[in-house]
Design a protein around this ligand. Structure first.
Ligand code: TXA
Ligand code: MG
Length: 326
């Protein structure tokens, strides 16, 4: 059932309510200087699955985690010299840094789409930072609009797009920038711009003294090297729509979904959701894929998953996992 929507103009009370909801695993839309974000506790996989359900995204792309300051971000991401320089120059502000995810980070795999990297940002909006401080946990937040719609810069835009899917909007008036943050990947020796935004390549070059490489990207399909194919693909061969074991392959691990899923004869079974709940399956997806890849078997078999709701994004990810490797 959809939650009833509360829109509250920013105040101490509204802030406390919004922070309480985030801590309880609910979704809260909040203003940043770029666009309104649809926030969820980045360490809570069920809450993050709720973001994808509300946005009706047809695929799982990694989300930006938001922090009140650089030190809070550094508890989850590894900052090198370049990252520290960019943070000092542009934070708080419209710049997101993709950095190696710390081994001890508690941010869930759905937030980072199973990647070993994490995108972090410190927004330059007083209300956003106050909320991040009050929530006292990393907040994953894509733009607060239904997938494919334009990004929201007022609480009214958010209500029109997501009103029946979220429980609260913290209304801080119109956003100043109106364009999403620049995303820069620092996980290699190069400085790669994955998404253009308010902070320009020239500004970044001036701080780092090296040229910025532009990656070909769009919002739904990051195509930077290593992102789509190798990191997402398990090492074992993947078979879709499996209803019985394939003996020509040898032992297989089955990724199972729903009460009618036939598990007999598979060497191992890992459940995405026993009850057939697409949101639970989304929350478990990347952890289960990693687990499957560690099994001592010859292949990964995936049972049929209905192509509805979050099943669409789950099947999208499974198809990528099964695609031939280049
Ligand atoms: O301005 C903004 O950045 C807004 C406000 C709400 O802060 N947020 C936003 O978040 O646009 P989101 O989650 O929609 O942005 C995701 C972008 C995508 O282009 C995605 O590919 C990239 O960040 N991204 C996130 N994590 C990544 C990772 N680990 N590696 C590469 N790209 C990543
Ligand atoms: Mg967006």
């Amino acid at each position: 059932m959809s939650p009833a929507l509360t829109i509250r103009v920013y105040s101490e009370g509204a802030l406390a309510q919004a922070a309480g909801k985030l801590r309880a695993g609910e979704l809260v839309a909040f203003p940043t200087e770029t666009v309104y974000g649809l926030g969820a506790d980045a360490t809570n996989k069920d809450a993050v699955a709720g973001i994808f359900a509300a946005k009706q995204r047809p695929s799982f792309n990694p989300l930006i985690s938001h922090f009140p300051d650089r030190d809070a971000a550094a508890r989850h991401a590894v900052f090198d010299d370049r990252a520290n320089k960019l943070a000092a120059a542009f934070w708080p502000g419209a710049l997101s840094l993709v950095l190696p995810k710390r081994e001890d980070s508690t941010i869930c795999e759905l937030t980072t789409a199973g990647l070993p990297s994490i995108a972090v940002r410190v927004p330059a909006h007083d209300m956003a930072r106050a909320l991040l401080r009050a929530a006292d946990r990393p907040i994953a937040a894509p733009s607060a609009n239904r997938s494919g719609r334009i990004s929201p810069t007022t609480a009214g835009h958010v209500a029109a797009s997501l009103g029946n899917a979220i429980s609260m909007i913290l209304d801080g008036g119109p956003c100043g920038v109106g364009l999403e943050s620049t995303v820069v990947d620092l996980t290699t020796d190069r400085v790669v711009m994955l998404r253009p935004g308010g902070v320009t390549p020239e500004q970044i070059r001036d701080v780092l003294g090296v040229d910025v490489v532009m990656a070909e990207t769009d919002d739904n399909a990051p195509k930077s090297p290593g992102m789509m194919s190798s990191h997402y693909a398990p090492g074992l061969p993947v078979r879709l729509n499996a209803t019985t074991p394939d003996n020509t392959i040898g032992d297989e691990v089955l990724l199972a979904f729903g009460p009618d899923c036939a598990t007999r004869g598979f060497a191992q079974v890992l459940w995405l959701s026993k009850s057939g709940d697409d949101r639970e399956a989304a929350a478990n997806l990347f952890a289960v894929l990693h687990q499957a890849d560690q099994c001592r078997v010859k292949g990964i078999a995936i049972c049929p998953i209905p192509d509805t709701g979050l099943g669409i994004a789950i099947n999208d990810r499974m198809k990528r996992a099964a695609a031939p490797r280049g």
